[in-house]
Write a protein that binds this ligand. Structure first.
Ligand SMILES: [Zn+2]
Ligand SMILES: [Zn+2]
Length: 364
């Protein structure tokens, strides 16, 4: 089968012919419906090496840590799963038995130093292939929902969902506001998740006009960049400031904007990994305003997010590519030419049949 392999540090991935894997005990073989291309993959093959990251990320392996697919085969001891059913893959894979993993938060596994890989597609073979194996524990059901457009939910959806979930106490009660900075794949989903799960007014900002128009169509109030940006955002909050800011960029100017507009006792979550440094001192932020970061999400949260998607609350903006065009998908991602997420679809005919049958069921 074809797979997009990361073979060496600071080397672009390459499309290779490898053996179709066999599911081990407790695993399933998934026929990949869609695999999203993520900026973290670019960091993996362009920036990192053995001096900057742990051995868990060392090559070689198949990329793809946001995947959905259909069960093709089940391994020994796997119960209750049916061939052909569609599932999302929860990417992070910890030891499975420590307190963090036991609550489905494999991202903060207490035995992470000893685990052989970080996640599916990050150290272990991921979804940029025709087939992949996944522990049954990591599967989240999609029902009749389209698994191709669902693929980005595993990361581009779960990461903002987790950040928003942790900020929900700040958005409780009426008259609250949330601000989304950066309206790429994650930011667009953040707007929709905020609208679906809170009563807050959602303000959004981006450099791109078309991205702002899309956010407006999803219920956000947008504010363009420029000298008046912070003042205009504060005005929309009635002068109180923003209760929960989500920065999907993470550069110095975007975090600075967040600090300028956050309310007393508000919360700034930096989700974007640009790594911009900022100044913090006793007087730089309003009283008791929190400034924090976030990383991916929990298995339980992916079940919740999948339920929102199945119920029609989330539209995922995707541009699809065949497996032979997987590298082209990453080129578009690096150039920033796509609105939404690049998703590699290794079995286009099955994907269309799956969508058609889901539509037929919806019509009934
Ligand atoms: Zn990612
Ligand atoms: Zn663990």
């Amino acid at each position: 089968m074809k797979a997009l392999r990361f073979t060496d540090w600071k080397t672009k991935p390459s499309l290779q012919e490898i053996d179709r894997p066999t599911p081990g005990p407790g695993e399933v073989l998934l026929k990949v419906a869609g695999a999203g291309a993520c900026h973290s993959d670019v960091a993996v093959y362009e920036q990192f090496d053995e001096t900057t990251v742990g051995p868990q990320l060392a090559p070689a392996y198949t990329l793809g840590h946001e995947t959905a697919g259909w069960i093709e085969e089940v391994g020994e001891g796997v119960l209750g799963l049916t061939q052909g059913d569609a599932y999302l893959v929860y990417g992070p894979m910890g030891c499975g038995h420590c307190p963090a993993c036991s609550r489905g938060q494999d991202t903060y596994c207490e035995n992470a130093a000893q685990t052989p890989f970080l996640a599916s597609g990050l150290g272990r073979d991921g979804g940029m292939a025709e087939y992949m194996t996944v522990p049954a524990r990591n599967l989240v059901p999609l029902g009749d929902a389209d698994p191709v457009a669902a693929a980005p939910l595993a990361d581009a959806g779960l990461t903002p969902y987790h950040a928003i979930k942790l900020a929900l106490p700040k958005l409780a009660g009426g008259g609250k506001t949330a601000l989304v900075i950066g309206l790429g794949g994650l930011g667009q989903l953040a707007v929709q998740i905020l609208k679906a799960t809170t009563a807050a007014t959602v303000i959004a900002t981006d450099m791109k006009t078309d991205a702002m128009m899309l956010a407006e169509s999803r219920g956000a109030v947008t504010v363009p960049a420029g000298d008046e940006q912070a003042a205009r955002i504060r005005e929309l909050t009635g002068g109180k400031g923003v209760d929960a800011v989500f920065d999907f960029v993470g550069l110095t100017p975007t975090i600075r904007l967040a600090q300028q507009v956050v309310a007393k006792q508000g919360r700034i979550t930096v989700v974007g990994i640009a790594g911009g440094p900022v100044q913090w001192d006793f007087y730089s932020n309003p009283y008791e305003a929190e400034l924090t970061n976030t990383y991916w999400g929990t298995m339980e949260e992916l079940h919740e997010l999948a339920a929102l998607y199945r119920d029609g609350h989330l539209e995922v903006d995707v541009t699809t590519f065949g497996i032979d065009e997987a590298l082209t998908a990453y080129e578009h991602l690096e150039k920033g030419t796509l609105l939404g997420r690049a998703v590699v679809v290794p079995h286009p005919a099955s994907a269309e049949a799956g969508v058609a049958s889901a539509d037929a069921l919806a019509a009934v």
